[in-house]
Write a protein that binds this ligand. Structure first.
Ligand code: NAI
Ligand code: MG
Length: 338
């Protein structure tokens, strides 16, 4: 059975980095059937929706997707909702995996290999915001036992996969005893039942942020709610070489959408300067976690590290996207006989 991929470049540098990542996947999966779909701010302006029905249909049919980035205005626009948030919620992509590991040359420190597992469907991203009165705006933070159970089940699976030496629940239950308490207790109970008590610990989110700066190598699997995971994963991405190298995977049941952590980067869009490694490494996460082809994912990791080792300190200016893409493809070819 041939594999299918729905490609959603989106806005800004999404359109520059996604084609490079697709080329890498096609090199490893020559039979891959690729179909392109629209989403994002530009799409909203042309069609009046940020995610057309055809995009949902294509993603559902393919099962696997690769998303670039979308631009979102930071003020309210009637009828507009962020495309990636709609995709995550509508397609029940309930988990978001954001790995960070030390990379040759570009990482400020060696020995870091951690994964932020972020709840992806609710929390402060539930979209429940309203004016209570003039001058008082309310955002509701939704935490459900069902979502925490899904998260904990995903955490147990990932802990097994990476032979986790530590699983850290990150919350703020001292200030938010109901919502964060439900998250903490549900995850703790399920992970304990699954045999992870010995390596399970917890941190308040502010302390976790400090410790991610001071001792990032002490973390392994971090499990947390939606907004905390968003913030902590950007912070941690510094250790992996920054946003240009930070991959992620949105994961549901029988469906996955790979997505670099970065946004549409309007400051560099259109100049060919965007680093495509975050998108390439995200594509690798589809191989590892969706198509269950870890040896091919390892080849992408190996090609990226080999490229960085040899050329990671060079500034390619307006040729960055092209040179890095070509460099990774060349190194993939060199390992094709293994
Ligand atoms: P951003 O991630 O787009 O950019 C932050 C900084 O990192 C910029 O200086 C940018 O040039 C740099 N950068 C990001 N990716 C890079 C890459 N691959 N290579 C080299 N440099 C890179 O975040 P920002 O500026 O806060 O947001 C811009 C737009 O993107 C906003 O409209 C925001 O809503 C949207 N956004 C979308 C996301 C998504 O689609 N998942 C995630 C984050 C932001
Ligand atoms: Mg973010």
């Amino acid at each position: 059975m041939s594999r299918r991929l729905c490609v959603i470049p989106g806005d800004g540098i999404g359109r520059e980095v996604v084609p490079v990542a697709v080329e890498v996947l096609q090199r490893l999966l020559p039979d891959l059937q690729v179909e392109e779909a629209e989403a994002g701010w530009d799409c909203f302006q042309r069609h009046g929706t940020s995610v057309p029905d055809a995009t949902y249909a294509s993603l559902r049919a393919c099962g696997a997707g690769l998303f670039g980035a979308v631009a979102s205005p930071s003020h309210k626009v009637d009828g507009y909702r962020s495309a990636i948030l709609s995709l995550r919620q509508t397609l029940a992509l309930n988990l978001n995996l954001r790995p960070v590991c030390s990379r040759p040359v570009v990482s400020p420190r060696a020995g870091i290999d951690l994964l932020v597992l972020r709840e992806n469907s609710e929390g402060l991203y539930s979209g429940r915001e309203h004016w209570e009165a003039e001058g008082i705006a309310i955002a509701e933070r939704v935490i459900s036992r069902a979502a925490c159970e899904r998260l904990a089940a995903g955490a147990a699976e990932l802990a097994r996969l990476r032979h986790a030496r530590r699983v850290t629940l990150v919350h703020k239950a001292n200030v938010l005893p109901l919502t964060c308490g439900l998250f903490r207790d549900t995850c703790r109970d399920l992970l304990a039942e699954d045999g992870w008590s010995d390596v399970l610990d917890e941190r308040l989110v502010d302390v976790a942020a400090l410790q991610l700066v001071e001792h990032p190598e002490a973390f392994d699997l971090i499990v947390t709610t939606n907004l905390f995971g968003d913030i902590l994963s950007d912070l941690a991405s510094h250790w992996g070489g920054g946003l240009g190298l930070a991959p992620s995977l949105n994961l549901g049941t029988g469906i996955a959408l790979a997505e670099p952590v970065h946004g549409s980067a309007p400051d560099i869009a259109g100049f060919g300067r965007a680093n495509p490694l975050a998108a390439i490494l995200s594509a690798g996460m589809l191989l590892r976690h969706y198509w269950q082809l870890p040896e091919l994912a390892d080849r992408i990791d190996g090609a990226v590290d080999a490229f960085l080792q040899e050329e990671g300190s060079v500034d390619f200016g307006n040729k960055t996207t092209r040179v890095i893409g070509r460099g990774v493809l060349e190194r993939l070819s060199q390992t094709s006989s293994h």
